[in-house]
Design a protein around this ligand. Structure first.
Ligand code: 16G
Ligand code: MG
Length: 605
């Protein structure tokens, strides 16, 4: 692309594109000049369309200058920062999402959220055509694009990337980006910036879906690309119908079992509360009392992250809730943890992502066993592979429990994109982070086999135990979000399984006992100096620190400890586990001191 041609306020001799962006931001003063239409031959049109694309991009980019001194990175799950710094980043991610849509000829999603961060922060991430996270090989481009200093550099980067990735930008392209945002006050103006970015790529439409949960947006992207119905109402329909179906196949003996039909949900004062109010109206057999629906401050003393890390009662819960199952969502409703309130205390008993995973794994394994026999052999030519994916944060007791069940357990680095990718290698891949992010993925070939098996059983042994197991698994595959971890589908599946087992929350929590653990964070000079391997369990840089951690850990019976650079905060995280809380605390503190000695400002000397 010859950038020099299009700078200096020159606009090519072509009519303006119907989607040509006009700056709505305060930075913008000029509007595109409209020149008379001149008929061109085909080759010339092709070239001129390029010119048009170039001038649109230069023009819109000039409306979104980078704030001085800001350098952001795509991180574990997109860009996150104080919302006042993000307008230009969101604009650029809009461009990126549009390019991805053109390249894949599919619908792509763009979500504006900072999840569990404080209300003044915001963030932006892209949902790929599969409904999953943005393909990792595009992340370096996201970083360079978002940090490009001026419109010409930005243009050059886009041009180089488009050539490398064979993205046609001659003006004949088509694309669509679904745009969602959570309830943060900054969401609206950032959504405008995203629209400007998206429509800066000719032929790409921005479809504003308004306020929604992160998993809803991912679900819609996936459904649209599969040619399925994809409205918000379709989402609620799918969840409520498959939940009803699971409830229909509760074993008769457990139907009247005394499992409380009420669950109290902390909506983190985010988008989850208001959306759950809609979903709950479609559910019979389950009563959901939604608290923290958005009338308080987002994520302040509420939400899954707060409950999991602090282990204290969230706002709006109190002694009257003792004895009830309680659950917490995070600010964009992709995390779920359960808890119960302790009598005469402000403490909670946490039932985290590891335990949700264990409950799911147990149920799925049981259904598979009914259907295929203990050896897991579906038939001569088909062997269903069930796998469980965790991270180093998974409590050691959960891993031990899952392995005792005979399950294959594998580990990945922290972040949904890694767990999801690994889980998709199985026929049924169950993944969860301890913090409550997770889902169950079913392979197309397994689902196809399952449908066939169900049809077969309908004609040979209708209503048999085997057929009920097949129907339950089919219902789970529809209930549980196949695009990304979803607190709503997770909640409904937990509720259905507890009912199926006839279990109280106490019984569920007794599956195994967590080893005491402690998490700390340490501020360091440069967190990128820490390089890890083996799913973040070993530090390979700086040299010598892992040996020091090993020596410290060896002092504690059953001790386990690792460090990793955070992907969302400028800190090194320390995790320690041991047989007593005192030992876990002491190990975490010693290793935090080591981190400071190797990498910090040496404040603990
Ligand atoms: C993000 C990730 C989450 C991860 C967390 C770790 C997604 C959708 N979210 O919230 O999976 O556990 O970051 O944060 O991938 P950290 O890197 O700061 O410890
Ligand atoms: Mg979240």
């Amino acid at each position: 692309m010859d950038v020099a041609q299009s700078i200096g306020g020159q606009f090519p001799n072509i009519p303006p594109a119907p989607f040509s962006p006009s700056c709505t931001s305060s930075h913008f003063s000029a509007s595109p000049k409209v020149r008379p239409y001149i008929k061109l031959d085909v080759n010339q049109t092709r070239k001129q369309m390029n010119e048009q694309q170039r001038s649109i991009l230069l023009h819109s980019a000039s409306c979104f200058p980078l704030p001085p001194g800001v350098k952001l990175s795509y991180g574990t799950a997109g860009f996150r920062a104080d919302a006042s710094l993000l307008e230009s980043t969101v604009f650029r991610v809009g461009i990126l999402a549009a390019l991805r849509s053109v390249q894949t000829r599919s619908v792509v999603g763009l979500m504006i959220t900072a999840s569990h961060n404080q209300a003044s922060d915001n963030g932006v991430k892209v949902a790929d055509p599969s409904g999953g996270m943005l393909s990792q090989h595009w992340e370096p481009f996201a970083d360079t694009l978002s940090n490009a200093g001026d419109p010409n550099t930005l243009l050059q980067l886009i041009d180089d990337f488009a050539k490398k990735e064979k993205i046609p930008l001659e003006g004949a392209s088509e694309g669509e980006v679904l745009l969602g945002r959570d309830t943060r006050p900054s969401g609206e103006f950032l959504a405008e910036a995203a629209k400007q970015g998206i429509t800066s790529i000719m032929g790409v439409n921005a479809t504003d879906m308004g306020v929604m949960t992160t998993p809803q947006l991912h679900w819609m992207v996936r459904s649209r690309n599969k040619g399925m119905e994809a409205s918000e109402n379709n989402y609620y329909d799918q969840l409520s119908t498959s939940f009803r179906c699971l409830m229909e196949y509760i074993p008769k003996g457990n139907r009247n079992f005394n499992v409380n039909d009420k669950v109290i949900v902390d909506g983190a004062d985010g988008v989850g509360g208001e959306k759950l109010e809609i979903l709950k109206k479609l559910l019979s057999d389950l009563s959901i009392d939604v608290r923290n629906r958005g009338d308080g401050v987002l994520n302040e003393g509420v939400g899954a992250d707060f409950v999991q890390k602090e282990k204290i009662i969230p706002r709006s819960f109190g002694p009257a809730d003792v004895g009830f199952r309680c659950a917490s969502l995070d600010g964009d409703a992709d995390r779920l943890v359960y808890f119960s309130i302790e009598l005469n205390s402000n403490k909670i008993v946490l039932v985290d992502g590891d335990k949700i995973l264990s409950l799911f794994a147990l149920f799925i394994k049981e259904q598979l066993n009914i259907l295929t026999g203990e050896d897991g052999k579906v038939n001569e030519s088909y062997q269903a592979r069930l796998g469980v994916v965790q991270t180093a944060y998974a409590n050691g007791a959960s891993t031990y429990y899952l392995k005792q069940l005979g399950l294959e357990v594998v580990f990945t680095p922290t972040g949904v994109k890694y767990l999801h990718e690994k889980a998709s290698e199985y026929d049924i891949g169950i993944y969860f982070e301890a913090n409550g992010h997770g889902t169950i993925l079913f392979s197309e070939s397994f689902l196809c086999w399952l449908e066939g098996r169900n049809n077969e059983l309908t004609s040979t042994s209708k209503c048999s135990e085997q057929q009920e197991a097949a129907l339950r698994l089919l219902a789970v595959s529809k209930l549980i979000n196949q695009a990304v971890g979803d607190s709503f589908s997770g909640l409904l599946l937990v509720e259905a399984i507890l009912k199926h087992m006839g279990w109280s929350m106490f019984k569920w929590n007794e599956l195994y006992h967590d080893l005491p653990s402690r998490q700390l964070k340490v501020k360091v000079v440069d967190r990128t100096a820490v390089i890890t391997a083996n799913a973040e369990t070993v530090v390979v840089r700086p040299i010598g620190i892992q040996e020091a951690i090993n020596a410290e850990t060896a002092k504690y019976p059953h001790g386990r400890c690792f460090i990793r650079p955070s992907g969302t905060e400028d800190v090194i995280r320390v995790y320690a586990e041991a047989i007593s809380q005192e030992a876990a605390d002491s190990l975490a503190n010693s290793v935090a001191t080591l981190v400071d000695q190797f990498l910090g400002f040496n404040t603990t000397k």
